[in-house]
Design a binder for this molecule. Sequence first.
Ligand code: XUL
Length: 514
Amino acid sequence: MSKTPLYLGLDLSTQSMSALVIDALSGHSIAEQTVNFGKDLPEYKAPSGFIQGPVDGEVFSDPCMWLDALNLVLERLSKKVSLKNIVAISGSGQQHASVYLNQNFEKKLLNLDANQDLKSNLSNCFSRKLSPIWMDNSTTIECDEIATAIGGNEQVLAKTGSIMIERFTGAQIRKFAKNHSEAYSKTAIIHLASSFCCSVMVGQNASIDYGDGAGMNLMNLEAQNWDDELIVATAQDLIDKLPLLKPSNEQVGSISSYFVEKYGFSKECQIYAFSGDNPNSLIGCGGASTGTAVISLGTSDTFFSAMQQPLFDPQGFGHVFGNPAGGYMSLICFMNGSLTREKICQSFNYDWNQFSQALTSHDSEQGTIELPWLNDEITPKVPKNQQAIDALEQAVGNNDSSIVRALIEGQFINMYLQSQWMGELINNIIVTGGASQNDEIVQIIADIFQATVNRLETPNSAALGAAMRAYQAHTKSCWQDTTRKFIHFKSNSSCQPGSYNIEAKIAEFKRLLQ
Ligand code: XUL
């Protein structure tokens, strides 16, 4: 077994908990384990990691399921790697999800019993059984109330880098405080998924980092502190219930003795602040510095990149978070991602090979484009587009597969247009996520953005980013060296831009919008 220093990245995502170990000498990942919530923990009855709430738009996850997953992933990992060689750990959590804990939490963390699992240790520490997660959009009223109290969304944008957003934590906290005031008053601390997991690993309440903190509509981006006005407008006594805000490379402490006893970690192993999945992915995709954008093609598509200055999206659809490597990062999230691509594929009864063929067999120069919103969209905020839905149905009837390319080009023209506010010159794009395996989609991205597109060796960019952050903070290496050491592209997968008449396509897209 390896004796070289190892670094562990944990990733608590919507559907799974993963652990990835990197070797500081070789610069490669040497072990990876995943616990899939649906498959491995079926007793939580959350096949994709979440459950719908009783009210329309409510989406929750069970934080006890996350604890069980942490036990299980570490148990599995301990069979593959000697955990005593891990010198530092950091982690990643799905952004915006919040965990509500009572006053038992802090005391209990100090005395975790290694003969029991984490859930049994911490079961009486929750003041709210379930955690609202990023898919919850039930807080429109609370968003309006907070924005009005602050003097409008322009003010919220200027303070936090985003207008009030339903899934962001501030509006979620307000809704809980309003509807469950007693349980809210029994809440001693509110963590994000990331800082909750970090607290458990270190055995004390951990801070929230600037990367994930910026996704709450509560942090003043420039002051890098809780914003007094927003805190007051959100809920009573909220300031007493929030952890401190700290830089992402903060050394939180040594690992809790629970993990030393149970899994054989070294008691010297250091824990560094956890962050959100998008800030971690920025690092784990090699996007720590400006000039490289990341496109993650998942359930929803996201586009993000490092930013020197906190420029804000004047339309209010995009977000600015803290970049764990320092400075800022932009993020835009599109609801019409893989679900829309799947819908197109299924409408024609295609498999993914036939879908790819449909993309290549139609020329982009001559082809038209279509608005890509087969489902409601948040960037821009528009309902699903009936014209596009009808056009797809008609094309299926006529067996005219040119619509496949028209819709996919429409997706990335929209992404191109919506990313223009960032004002960064993008020469390189890293694509990650399931659909990044599709060569034709990758070529369309290269053409539209006129950038070189690369794919990564490791698909789990959030866990890799967390492990890299642990390495960087522990060794105090510079980000350039850290990126060079751990980011490896898939060989022969680089894609160069071809000629593309972007102005004509944009004109057509705008015409369709009218
Ligand atoms: C970003 C967002 C999602 C979550 C879950 O704002 O809501 O990307 O971080 O991955």
